[in-house]
Design a protein around this ligand. Structure first.
Ligand SMILES: Nc1nc2c(ncn2[C@@H]2O[C@H](COP(=O)(O)OP(=O)(O)OP(=O)(O)O)[C@@H](O)[C@H]2O)c(=O)[nH]1
Ligand SMILES: [Mg+2]
Length: 644
């Protein structure tokens, strides 16, 4: 009886839920297995028809496209040309030229994420204007796919160790090669969780075919590669696909398509982290009429923790062709807006129909595409553009200082020498490493609230992992122990990362403050060159649990599986026990180590600039002749005419 009513709710979409307000205490992802409906996850976000004011008032996290930030590169190019006639400013010309070239050559990275079957691949096809990649109502994209206009497509195969690691966790056996598991696979393929069936079937059928390719990167025909990534039995062996397609999108951008996000099944990987770090723009696709789930929420928080609070996420509500009316669409948009604002996610929202865009054209899509390209261009060139402007200011100051040197009686020269001496004394103190102690304090703060946070989140996660129906197998935990442990550790690592990434962001912020202050003083020193650092790749702390603490819970959960309240209490106790089993002292030491490693990487990036600036500061200021003075006066006019 109970199950029937739940199933009925599962079959209706978001709109019905919004109208009946049935959605308020749960969400159901339509694609989740029926199993998972036994214990519905609570939704923390709510949409209230009577509460429109709240929706509009909390829009501070919405991002608006700002044309004023557009880069005016033409003026800078003219400046480079102008400087080529001034041998005294060769250093400046080279600096500006390097930065311009970096902007020209840098292709923006656009990454697409979202729940499975949300239409990520269809959306990417629509961006490219053709159905290049395979889409399907069933989970399709099984691997990270990068789309670029390189000369050939390449495929990066998984290593033997990638395969055996999962097989060992599944089987409890240990063999040197994936082939060694064939016997176990034949006996157990019918019994494993559906998630792992494609992997096992792939190994059974294709291991012999792929075994010599494992760990290799191989050139491959584009059509063949596209076929392979959408076929489980091939994609099992693929770590990453680089698909080469030449079109207007790939000429300016590298696009990344990713497998669907699903908190229960997907493994959180360091590749995902690196993709996010490298992205100039992140697009999150959500399917019209699908309720926003807890795994969407966690993933968006993860992105935000890596990119910082000011980085806007482009949110696509796909398949608006399914809307029944404009009012219906507005309701969904308001719901999403409210959800994203409540989560403090900086965003911009576009309703589109990717399918219609490909078939006959879609106005919503056309608008979204134009704005997306605009935002991506702004974001990718932004950092370089700021340093271009910095160099321009520095040049203006140098020109003015040179002119003053000619005008006054050595006063300016004395001031310059004094300032350069002072800057030389300070430059070695401008290091990211100098904030290591502050970062340690931040780590202490994070750890004090982390355990509490993890306990509650883990409980939520366990509801989906150890469902009542799974636990009707008396030995469910014992039989699947290593996979369950791996899943829990992945989950805890992701949640811990979200908290810990704040340490990296603090390191970025403080380093950049330090550098900016130093650069402001450098601008008046009459020398070329500034300190600059772009963000570097960071590692995440891995969380380990004591697998043995799970063992007694087979019995406890089995005994309580028919008593909702008791089952919940048992899961809460399990969450508590697992979190208690984490060695926090080791975790703390690991975090401190990672923070130090990160600041060392930032300092390595600063090294080249530091050497150049030190040499410039040590050099004697030039003597200024009458001709130099006239040249500088003319140059100054030209440089100032470029608006900053
Ligand atoms: N009605 C409608 N259906 C769409 C739209 N976009 C995609 N679909 C359908 O949704 C299904 C999933 O689309 P995909 O593009 O494969 O979704 P995906 O997010 O890449 O899926 P995975 O890679 O499997 O996670 C396909 O059957 C598409 O035809 C749309 O705008 N409108
Ligand atoms: Mg896909």
């Amino acid at each position: 009886m109970r199950k029937n009513s739940i199933l009925k709710q599962a079959s209706c979409g978001l709109i019905e839920s919004l109208d009946t307000q049935n959605y308020r205490h749960f969400y159901i992802h339509m694609d989740d297995e029926i199993d998972k409906l036994n214990l519905l996850e609570e939704i923390t976000l709510s949409y209230d028809d009577d509460n429109h004011v709240e929706v509009t008032e909390s829009r501070h996290n919405e991002f608006t496209v700002n044309n004023e930030d557009d880069m005016n590169l033409t003026a800078f190019r003219e400046l480079v040309t102008l400087l080529s006639d001034s041998p005294r400013y060769t250093d400046y010309r080279r600096l500006l030229n390097d930065k311009l070239q970096r902007i020209d050559n840098g292709k923006a990275n656009i990454s697409v994420f979202g729940g499975f079957s949300a239409g990520k691949t269809t959306f990417i096809n629509a961006l490219m204007g053709a159905k290049h990649l395979t889409t399907s109502p069933n989970p399709t994209t099984a691997t990270i796919t990068e789309i670029n206009n390189d000369e050939t497509s390449t495929v990066v195969y998984k290593s033997e160790a990638d395969l055996t690691e999962t097989l060992a966790a599944l089987s409890g056996e240990r063999h040197d090669t994936a082939g060694g598991y064939q016997k176990w696979i034949s006996r157990n393929i019918g019994k494993v969780d559906d998630t792992y069936k494609p992997l096992l079937a792939g190994i059974q059928e294709n291991y012999a075919h792929y075994k010599d390719d494992l760990g290799q990167t191989v050139s491959i025909d584009t059509e063949d590669l596209i076929a392979k990534i959408s076929n489980d039995k091939d994609s099992t062996f693929i770590h990453k696909a680089n698909v080469s397609l030449d079109n207007d999108m790939t000429q300016s951008y590298t696009l990344v398509d990713s497998p669907g996000i699903n908190s229960i099944n997907a493994r959180h990987t360091s590749e995902t982290r690196d993709i996010i770090t490298d992205s100039d723009m992140i697009i999150y696709v959500s399917y019209y009429n699908h309720v926003f789930s807890r795994s969407d929420e966690t993933f968006l928080q993860y992105i935000q923790s890596l990119k910082g609070k000011d980085f806007p996420i482009i949110f696509i509500i796909n398949a608006v062709d399914l809307m029944k009316s404009e009012a219906d669409k507005d309701k969904v948009l308001d719901y999403m807006r409210n959800a994203l604002n409540t989560m403090h996610i900086k965003h911009v929202l576009y309703p589109v129909s990717s399918k219609r865009a490909l078939d006959e054209g879609d106005e919503y899509f056309t608008t979204a595409k134009a704005e997306i390209m605009h935002i991506a261009d702004q974001h990718s060139g932004n950092v370089q553009y700021k340093t271009l402007q910095e160099t321009q200011r520095q040049l203006i100051n140098t020109l003015m200082s040179n002119m003053r040197q000619f005008e006054d009686n050595g006063e300016e020269r004395a001031k310059l020498l004094e300032l350069r001496k002072d800057l030389l004394n300070n430059i070695d103190g401008i290091t990211a490493g100098s904030i290591n102690d502050t970062l340690k304090q931040e780590i202490d703060i994070i750890l004090t609230y982390l355990t509490n946070r993890l306990r509650l989140q883990l409980y939520d996660h366990l509801k989906g992992l150890l469902t009542v129906s799974a636990m009707s197998n008396k030995h469910y935990i014992r039989d699947h122990k290593s996979i369950i442990v791996r899943n829990i550790e992945d989950f805890l690592t992701l949640e811990t990362s979200i908290a810990f990434n704040a340490v990296y962001r603090q390191a970025d912020r403080q380093t950049s403050q330090m550098i900016t202050q130093f650069n402001e003083r450098l601008e008046i020193a009459g020398t070329p060159g500034t300190l600059s650092v772009t963000s570097v790749k960071a590692e995440e702390p891995s969380v380990h649990i004591d697998a043995e603490v799970l063992v007694p819970f087979d019995k406890i959960l089995y005994q309580n599986k028919n008593k909702t309240g008791d089952y919940r209490d048992a899961l809460l106790e399990l969450a508590e026990t697992i979190v208690q089993s984490v060695d926090t002292a080791a975790l703390k030491a690991h975090m401190e180590q990672l923070a130090e490693k990160y600041t060392a990487l930032l300092d390595a990036e600063l090294k080249e600039d530091r050497v150049m600036i030190t040499a410039a500061l040590q050099a004697e200021p030039d003597e200024i002749s009458r001709t130099d003075y006239d040249e500088d006066a003319n140059l100054l006019k030209a440089v100032e005419s470029i608006s900053i």
